[in-house]
Design a protein around this ligand. Structure first.
Ligand code: NAP
Length: 235
């Protein structure tokens, strides 16, 4: 998995981190079940998620996901911190949360109740969060009134030294990153589950990608009927 770290991300405007997008889907395309991604993956999916967190320089995630999943400490404990140190990384995983509304509070996002958590809010907004123990920093990146995600990634690279950035979605953030050509690889867990129902959230949401983005399969593993595909996005 560490070879995922060995590349450089780059776009027309300059250096950005190499971006790994990690998502899970049921066999019928659902990205959430009763509002959570947890019921989709299994223990192997969780092990992959934590393995990727161990080798990444930074974690990017949308506010919808940290609220729905009640994000807490992103590392499992001292074992993960030691593994990160062994890779020459910071012991804690810097976490970048994308939000416009600033509707982020420790009651809903326990990570914000952690004084040692290195959290940065990526936002187009001028305001900040209400005071919380994590005391987050802010990356304010605007293009007009909107968030400039490309600029945000370049600043995450230049100002936070992030070479490999893991993105855990959610679907709306993933859709924007893909639309702007800011994703280098997709790690997709296809779970052997069918959830049915009317909920339409898939792993990528937002505007249609037309033409569809082309990917190349670079690895495929099976574990207890889950398929783990690793794709490279065509440049
Ligand atoms: N299956 C999977 O692999 C997977 C992975 C992750 C999440 N999920 C599921 O996906 C659901 C959440 O979906 P989602 O698409 O709403 O999550 P999301 O992409 O994590 O969050 C969307 C939110 O991120 C902020 N945001 C995104 N782009 C922005 C921009 N350009 N400017 C300003 N703010 C921006 C906004 O936060 P504010 O509202 O604060 O402004 C927006 O409401 C949950 O049910 C979760 O369980 C599934």
């Amino acid at each position: 998995m560490t070879e995922a770290r060995e590349r450089d991300g780059r776009d027309a405007a300059g250096a950005r981190p190499y971006v790994l997008l990690n998502m899970a889907s049921t066999a019928d395309g659902r990205a959430s079940v009763q509002g959570r991604a947890g019921p989709i993956g299994d223990r192997a999916d969780s092990a992959l998620l934590h393995g990727l967190r161990t080798i990444a320089d930074g974690l990017l995630v949308g506010a919808g996901t940290v609220r729905a999943e009640h994000y807490a400490r992103v590392l499992r404990g001292e074992q993960d911190r030691q593994a990160r140190r062994a890779y020459g990384l910071s012991a804690e995983l810097p976490t970048f949360i994308v939000s416009g509304s600033m509707r982020l509070a420790p009651e809903e996002v326990p990570l914000l109740a952690e004084p040692q958590a290195p959290v940065t809010v990526v936002t187009p907004a001028e305001q900040g969060l209400a005071s919380c123990p994590a005391q987050p920093g802010y990356l304010r990146c605007r293009r007009g009134e909107e968030l400039d995600l490309g600029l945000a990634l370049r600043r995450i690279h230049a100002e936070h030294g992030v070479g490999t950035l893991l993105c855990e979605g959610g679907p709306h953030l993933a859709g924007q990153l893909l639309a702007e050509g800011l994703v280098d690889e997709l790690f997709l867990c296809l779970a052997p589950k069918i959830a049915g129902g009317e909920e339409r959230l898939r792993i990528v949401a937002g505007r249609e990608l037309d033409p569809p983005l082309q990917m190349e399969l670079i690895a495929l593993h099976e574990h207890e009927s889950s398929l783990f595909a690793r794709y490279r996005l065509a440049r």
